[in-house]
Design a protein around this ligand. Structure first.
Ligand code: UD1
Ligand code: CA
Length: 458
């Protein structure tokens, strides 16, 4: 309902000087995802497509991180402050025909859909409403000033706070989330001045301006359960990341995922873990990964953008990137699955095996010390220890195809492009440069010579 009349605007143009980084602040990552991703996730359920983003510093970088959002980006060429960012985006928001604009700082990744909806619900029909919090340390937050009867008078930035003028600090501060009535605030925008200790146009000045005009101003206080800290420094980012990690892991445990030693497990916000999956300590899962019910991920495994079917077991110390692990597979310990590794049902990849753009068919095994790159291995085949697909000639990559039920002896080099037929056998230590027919046997190695040993005479 709210989405019909409210358009959201994210302020994300700042450099984030206090991060000491060349990367735009909103692209700093938490649990492997850019800060801005969290803000989008919080807004999406309420606003869908009606989300504008003000970008400026490193705009191209932000655009390439969120190409699907770029059509709703507004460029703030010079970052003259949060009030200026709002001025620059105003027309775009107005064109949506919205009655209200919800503005949120892009550096608040802890914001939740519920918090944003609470602001909308409690703001009533105020001309200017904003969320307030009372953190342990008011740090650099804008201070909320109320009169004796509790009515909002102003937000005064930390740098500009003067006890003589503004009175003792109460600890209540501005969280950086605002609901602005378009008609009313439209009349105030031109009046913003950069006459303060930062020399910036502050969005927060709208509060005192609205009060002065006799408009309705509402400060919506959040409960202690709402954490809306802004991220301005590495310390704040790390603290927020801790909070997010905890939120995600606790949520999954409550849903029925078995997570042992949960304080050490890291799971990104886009990961799906089904109830009935089991994870052990120090597992890290990022990106768009999916872990189905009945799969087990053991300790010290790092995973990104990969999927795990029911009944599969990943043993300790594996590195898994853009891989697909089928049902009842066993991976590791110490396996490396690189992009395009696919394991069909019941396949097995053991220690020190690396796979890249390679498929292991149903029940196929590569148990030790093997490299499978640009390869297709048929069902039930066995790849002996030390087998290498030689897929690269220094310029191009070539494919190795191994049929069903083949047996590749240990320490074999398969020089691609090459095909080993169905039910074929390759003798240990072979260098295979020619195709092996179905049911054939190939041995490609120098014949052993047994000569008499020449002993030194003493
Ligand atoms: C701001 C508020 C402060 C509030 C705090 C909450 C102002 C003046 N102050 O302070 O009252 O307590 O957030 O976290 O707004 N940005 C732009 N363009 C600019 C400048 C900033 O888009 O020209 C963006 C930044 O990228 C950032 C957000 O606005 O995402 C807030 O800017 P920041 O400099 O972090 O403001 P704070 O000093 O934290
Ligand atoms: Ca901030």
């Amino acid at each position: 309902m709210m989405a019909d009349t409210v358009t959201a605007l994210i302020l994300a143009a700042g450099k984030g000087t206090r991060m000491h980084s060349n990367r735009p602040k909103v692209l700093q990552t938490l649990l492997g995802e850019p800060m801005l991703e969290y803000v989008y996730r919080a807004l999406e359920p309420a606003f869908g497509e009606r989300i504008f983003t003000v970008v400026g510093f490193g705009a191209e970088q932000v655009e390439s991180a969120f190409p699907e959002r770029a059509s709703n980006f507004v460029l703030q060429k010079e970052q003259l402050g949060t009030g200026h960012a709002l001025q620059e985006a105003w027309e775009s928001v107005q064109k949506t025909g919205a009655g209200y604009c919800l503005v949120i700082n892009g550096d608040t990744p802890l914001a939740t859909t519920e918090a944003v909806e609470r602001l909308a619900a409690q703001a009533g029909r105020a001309d200017v409403a904003f969320m307030t919090i009372t953190p342990q340390d008011p740090a650099s937050f804008g201070r909320v000033v109320r009169d004796d009867s509790g009515r909002i008078l102003a937000i005064v930035e930390a740098k500009d706070y003067d006890h003589a003028t503004h009175g003792p600090v109460t600890g209540e501060v501005n969280a950086g989330v605002y609901l602005l009535r378009m008609d009313s605030v439209g009349q105030l925008l031109d009046g913003l001045r950069a006459e303060n200790n930062s020399g910036e146009y502050y969005i927060t000045d709208l509060v005192a301006m609205a009060v002065e005009q006799g408009m309705t101003v509402e400060g919506v206080t959040c409960g202690a359960d709402v954490n809306l800290m802004g991220i301005n420094s590495p310390r704040e980012l790390i603290d927020a990341e801790k909070t997010l990690r905890r939120r995600i892991v606790d949520g999954l445990i409550d849903e029925g995922v078995m997570i042992h030693n949960p304080d050490t497990v890291i799971i990104g916000p886009r990961v799906t873990v089904e109830p009935g999956a089991e994870l052990f300590g120090h597992v890290e899962i990022y990106g768009e990964s999916v872990v189905r019910a009945g799969s087990v991920l053991n300790s010290y495994t790092w995973i990104t953008d990969s999927s795990f079917a029911p009944g599969c077991v990943v043993r300790q110390f594996c590195h898994v990137e853009q891989a697909e692990v089928g049902p009842d597979c066993v991976v590791g310990p110490y396996a490396r699955l690189r992009p395009g590794a696919v394991l069909r049902k019941g396949a097995k990849v053991g220690n020190f095996v690396e796979m890249k753009k390679a498929e292991l068919g149903e029940g196929a095994k590569a148990s030790h010390l093997t490299y499978l790159g640009d390869a297709v291995v048929g069902a039930g085949s066995n790849i002996g220890a030390g087998t290498i697909t030689c897929n690269y000639d220094g310029k191009n990559k070539f494919i190795t195809t191994i049929g069903e039920g083949a047996f590749i002896g240990s320490n074999t080099a398969l020089v691609a492009p090459v095909t080993v037929g169905r039910d074929a056998l390759v003798g240990a230590g072979s260098t295979i440069t020619k195709d092996v027919p179905d049911e054939g046997t190939a041995i490609g190695r120098a014949k052993q010579l047994n000569l008499k040993r020449r002993m030194k005479k003493s």
